[in-house]
Design a protein. Structure first.
Length: 179
């Protein structure tokens, strides 16, 4: 994936508040960097760390067409499709699964829903709510299901104003380490 495309996307959309009208206290870039930093601290692979950085590119790409807070923009699908054009599945598949992972965790982990931010609880309703038992079983069979859950957990934690992180260029350097 072209590094300059990613840099431009964050330059143009990174300063917007994360989550649209029901904002979190961080910008889109802060959220992405925090998510990637959490992945790196846990020893995630370069591909999964990049997925953590890029998991919301679908929001940024769709902002031009839709800035509404009352519909699901299916950003995980948009983002995964964009990334799959030039990056391996170890990057695009966790991006695709980070929304289903939230639905999965709400269905399978007591207390998970209540720990979500108000913005995340709101978007959960738009995204289909907690999974059914059949949906959970289907999710568990996906080759990247655990990576999707790991990414989801970092996504949930990456909302701390002013948290120190490496700069964008640090994580973009991982592009050269993909197989």
């Amino acid at each position: 994936m072209r590094r300059d495309w990613i840099e431009t996307l964050f330059l143009e959309h990174g300063t917007t508040r994360y989550s649209g009208e029901r904002e979190e206290a961080v910008s889109a870039l802060e959220h992405a960097l925090q998510c990637a930093a959490l992945a790196e601290r846990e020893g995630a692979s370069p591909g999964l760390t990049l997925a953590a950085l890029l998991h919301d590119v679908g929001h940024m790409a769709s902002k031009q067409a839709n800035a509404r807070d009352d519909i699901d923009d299916r950003h995980e699908i948009i983002g995964a499709r964009l990334l799959a054009r030039e990056l391996p599945p170890e990057v695009s598949e966790p991006v695709l699964l980070h929304v289903p992972a939230k639905r999965y965790l709400c269905a399978t982990e007591p207390g998970y829903h209540d720990a979500l931010s108000p913005a995340s609880q709101h978007s959960l309703g738009l995204q289909g709510g907690p999974m059914t038992d059949d949906e959970c079983r289907a999710y568990e069979r996906h080759a990247y299901a655990q990576d999707g859950v790991r990414l989801r957990r970092w996504d949930d934690l990456a909302k701390t104003p002013g948290a120190p992180t490496p700069p964008l260029g640090h994580f973009l350097g991982l592009l050269g380490r993909l197989g």
